[in-house]
Design a protein. Sequence first.
Length: 117
Amino acid sequence: MKKRFAAVLSRRFWSDFGVLDGTGHFNMMILEKERRVITPPNGAPWTDFWTASMMHAWNPAFVEEHYPRQIAKWSMEGPDDTLTIRPSPPRSPGSAAAPSARDFGWAAVCAAEVDDL
């Protein structure tokens, strides 16, 4: 019973709010009472890769469809044929973008999850 309830509830929330925002980033969370989606305005690497890593277990086709575009957006070439992850966009116009271990870490987890090693 619980499994079916969770599946129905998940489908309803995805149907009501969408999985991706208008720019192709995963919606980060939903405030249930307010019926409001919370997603960083310019997206954030960790949000896309964390969500994709967790979602891959139950919706691999969807994640694998969107992963190539997301890794292309957030990655940049490094030395010796390596990739690194661009810093998250600044939260406010006057602040600078700052690299984050969570951005790189969740990108690595997601790459392993979708077998992009």
